[in-house]
Design a protein around this ligand. Structure first.
Ligand code: PRX
Length: 632
C-alpha cells in the first residue's frame, strides 16, 4: 500500500481510476477482517447512497490495537504531553492502551451502552479522550466528540440531535493558564437533554464538581469494578463508527456520519502515504480530537498504522511561543502536522522562540484546515523545516474523512500554497456555476468529486435528505465540496476558499447563519448579517452587521453583550471580531440580503461593490460603507 516514487503515484492513480474496486480491495485486505466482504462497492450519487466492503465484518480497534499489542506490546502508541511543561509526559504503549480501552469499554457496557447507542464525549486533550473514543468503537457504540470549546447550548443541541444516552467528560480542563469547568458546562447542557441517563467523569484538574446520585460516576472508581478483557464487537463495514458535527450554510450543524470499514481503510492509507510514515517515526498532530483532523490523524490513522502519536494538552503559546518547538525537541518529533493559523500566530512572536530549539529530528511538515499563504509557507519551510523538510499542504473536509488532495511527502514536487494533486482514488472536477465541467489547465471553478472514495460521508445523522441536498444536489451526480479551486498550468490544485456561507476562522468552520441566529436571539437585536473578511492570523475574521431595536443604544456595552450571547449560544470560537451597528441591510426587493456587497465592504473593497441598483434601498450601502471605515 506504500507509494515510494512519483512514478508509483501516477501508476497507483491510474489504477485507482481504471478499476477502483480492485484498487481498494488490494488495500483493504491488509487489515484484519472478521469476515471478508462480498462486494467492494455499491454507489449512487443521484439518489445518494454509498456502501463499501459490503457484508465485510470487522472491528476497527482490533486493527488499531490488538494486532500491534500482539506484535510489539511495548511500542509507544501515544505520547501525551501535558499542558504544564514541568509535568511528566506519559508514554502509553500499545499493550497498555489496549488494556485501558478494554476496561473502559466494560464500564460503558456496565452502564447499559451497547452497539449502535450514541455516546457524547466532551473532554480535553488527555489520554482518556483517546481511550473513550476507542472504547466506544470496541463495543460498537457511536461516538460523538464535541470540541471542548463549545458552549452548553451547543452541547445540548448535539446530544439531542443524536439522542445520546451517556456523556463522558472530566471535572475540568486547563489550556495554557486558563481553567475550564467541563463538568459544570455538561451539567448546564444536560438540563435540556432528556435522553442522557449516565455521565462518566474523569478526574483531571480537581475542579470542584457536583455529582448527581445515580447519574454521575467517577471514571477512576468505575474502571476498578470491571474486568480487564473485552472482546471486540463484530461490526458491519457500513455500521456507523462516529458522528461529528460540523457547520454548513444553514443554521443547524450537521452530524456527519462515518462508517467502520471505509474510514479505516482510507485514513490508514492516506496517513502512511501522505506523510510517508516509517515505523518508529514520531508523529505530532496538533489538532484537537474534537475536530476531524484529530479523529483521523491523531487517533485512528496513526494507530491503525502502528505509529507513535503525540497528543498535546495545551496551546502553542504557553508558557511561551516556543512550546511546539520544545515538544518537537523533547519527543524527537519526525513529522509535524499543524494549521496555518498556528504558524501565522507563532511567526508574529518572532524568531527568538525558534532559534535555539533542536528541530533536527523533523523530516516532514504538514498543513491543514485552511489555505496556507505563501509567507507562512516559506517561514514554516525555512525556520521550522530548515529548508530540508517537504511540506504537505493537505486539503480535505469533515465530510471526506481523510486527506483528498495533497503532495506525498518528499515524492510530489511542491509549490507554496498548492495542495498539488489528488490522492489515488480521488476523482476531481472543476465546474462552472451551471455545473458544466471545466476541462484543461489554467482554469478555476467549483470543486466537485465525481466518484466515491472509502471514507466519504454516508449520511447526516437522522436526516438523509439533508445530506443529499447539501452535497449532491447543487451539481447532480457529483459531490460538491463548497470550495472554490484553481488548476494551474501543471494540473496542480490550489484551494481558494469557501464559495458558500461558511467561514473558516483559524481553521474552524463557522456557519454565518449560525452566528446570525445567535446574535438575533439577543433582545436588543432586530436583525443581523455575518460575513468573513481576510484576517492576518486567523485566515478569516467574522464581521457582523447588526440592526438594533429603536430603543437600544449602539455602544460598547451592547457589543459586549452580543459577544457574550454568541459565546453562550455557540462558544467563544464563533465570537465576531467586528460588530458594526447599521440602520439597514442591503436587501433585494424580494427581501434577500445581498451578502456579496457586505463581503466587499468587510474586505474594504469599496470600489468594487458591483451593481447596487436592484436593492430595495440603495442608500443603506453608503451608510454601511461609511460606518465600516470608523470601526475599531
Ligand atoms: O475550505 C476548506 C478548508 O477547510 C474546509 C473543511 O473544514 P473542516 O471540515 O472543518 O475540516 C478541516 C480539516 C480537514 C474545506 O472545505 N480547508 C481544509 N484544508 C485546506 C482547506 N483550504 C485550503 N487548503 C487546505 N489544505
Amino acid at each position: 500500500m506504500r507509494i515510494k516514487t512519483i512514478e508509483e503515484y501516477h501508476q497507483a492513480y491510474q489504477e485507482s481510476v481504471k478499476d477502483p474496486e480492485t484498487f481498494w480491495a488490494g488495500i483493504a485486505q491488509e487489515f484484519q477482517w472478521k469476515k471478508p466482504w462480498t462486494k467492494v462497492l455499491d454507489w449512487n450519487f443521484e439518489d445518494y447512497q454509498v456502501k463499501w466492503f459490503r457484508n465485510g465484518k470487522l472491528n476497527i480497534t482490533e486493527n488499531c490495537l490488538d494486532r500491534h499489542a500482539a506484535s510489539k506490546p511495548n511500542h509507544p502508541a501515544i505520547i501525551w504531553e501535558p499542558n504544564d511543561p514541568e509535568d511528566e509526559p506519559e508514554i502509553i504503549t500499545y499493550k497498555i492502551l489496549l488494556d485501558r480501552v478494554c476496561r473502559f469499554a466494560n464500564v460503558l457496557k456496565k452502564h447499559g451502552v451497547s452497539k449502535g447507542d450514541r455516546v457524547c464525549i466532551y473532554m480535553p486533550m488527555i489520554p482518556e479522550l483517546a481511550v473513550a473514543v476507542l472504547a466506544c468503537a470496541r463495543i460498537g457504540a457511536i461516538h460523538s466528540v464535541i470540541f471542548g470549546g463549545f458552549s452548553a447550548h451547543s452541547i445540548s443541541d448535539r446530544i439531542n440531535d443524536s439522542q445520546c444516552e451517556l456523556v463522558i467528560t472530566t471535572d475540568g480542563s486547563i489550556r495554557g493558564s486558563k481553567h475550564i469547568p467541563m463538568k459544570d458546562t455538561v451539567d448546564d447542557a444536560l438540563i435540556a437533554c432528556p435522553t442522557v441517563k449516565k455521565v462518566i467523569v474523569a478526574t483531571h484538574t480537581r475542579t470542584p464538581v457536583s455529582m448527581i446520585k445515580g447519574r454521575d460516576f467517577w471514571w477512576e472508581s468505575e474502571i476498578k469494578k470491571v474486568e480487564a478483557e473485552c472482546p471486540a464487537e463484530e461490526m458491519d463495514a457500513e455500521d456507523p463508527l462516529f458522528i461529528l458535527y460540523t457547520s454548513g450554510s444553514t443554521g443547524k450543524p450537521k452530524g456527519v456520519v462515518h462508517t467502520c470499514g471505509g474510514y479505516m481503510v482510507y485514513t490508514s492509507y492516506t496517513f502512511e502515504n501522505v506523510f510517508q510514515y516509517n515505523p518508529g517515526d514520531v508523529f505530532f498532530c496538533t489538532a484537537d480530537v474534537g475536530w476531524i483532523t484529530g479523529h483521523s490523524y491523531l487517533v485512528y490513522g496513526p494507530l491503525l498504522s502502528g505509529a507513535i502519536s503525540v497528543m498535546f494538552e495545551g496551546v502553542p503559546t504557553y508558557p511561551d511561543a516556543g512550546r511546539l518547538w520544545d515538544i518537537v525537541a523533547r519527543h524527537k518529533v519526525n513529522i509535524l502536522y499543524t494549521a496555518p493559523t498556528a504558524i501565522r500566530s507563532l511567526m508574529g512572536f518572532g524568531l527568538e522562540y525558534v532559534q535555539d530549539k533542536d528541530l533536527s529530528s523533523l523530516k516532514v511538515l504538514g498543513s491543514v484546515g485552511e489555505p496556507i499563504n505563501e509567507e507562512a509557507w516559506y517561514w514554516y519551510h525555512e525556520h521550522i523545516g530548515k529548508g530540508k523538510c517537504p511540506i504537505v499542504d493537505t486539503w480535505w473536509q469533515t465530510e471526506t474523512g481523510g486527506i483528498m488532495i495533497s503532495p506525498l511527502a518528499g515524492i510530489t514536487p511542491t509549490k507554496p500554497s498548492f495542495a498539488t494533486l489528488p490522492l489515488p482514488g480521488v476523482q476531481l472536477a472543476l465546474v462552472d456555476e451551471n455545473g458544466t465541467v471545466i476541462e484543461g489547465n489554467s482554469v478555476s471553478g467549483n470543486l466537485c468529486i465525481t466518484f466515491p472514495w472509502p471514507s466519504i460521508i454516508r449520511t447526516t445523522w437522522g436526516d438523509h435528505e439533508r445530506c443529499k441536498s447539501t452535497y449532491f444536489s447543487t451539481y447532480p451526480g457529483r459531490y460538491f465540496t463548497g470550495d472554490g479551486c484553481l488548476r494551474d498550468k501543471d494540473g496542480y490544485y490550489r484551494i481558494t476558499g469557501r464559495v458558500d456561507d461558511v467561514i473558516n476562522v483559524s481553521g474552524h468552520r463557522i456557519g454565518t447563519a449560525e452566528v446570525e441566529n445567535a446574535i438575533n436571539s439577543h433582545t436588543g437585536v432586530v436583525e443581523s448579517a455575518v460575513v468573513g473578511y481576510p484576517h492576518d492570523v486567523k485566515g478569516q475574521g467574522v464581521h457582523a452587521f447588526v440592526i438594533l431595536e429603536e430603543d437600544q443604544e449602539a455602544n460598547s456595552m451592547m457589543k459586549r453583550d452580543i459577544l457574550m450571547t454568541v459565546s453562550r449560544i455557540i462558544g467563544p470560537i464563533a465570537k465576531p471580531d467586528k460588530i458594526q451597528f447599521v440602520k439597514g441591510l442591503p436587501k433585494t426587493r424580494s427581501g434577500k440580503i445581498m451578502r456579496r456587497i457586505l463581503r466587499k465592504i468587510a474586505e474594504g473593497e469599496f470600489n468594487s461593490l458591483g451593481d447596487t441598483s436592484t436593492l430595495l434601498d440603495p442608500s443603506v450601502v453608503e451608510e454601511i460603507v461609511e460606518g465600516s471605515k470608523n470601526l475599531d
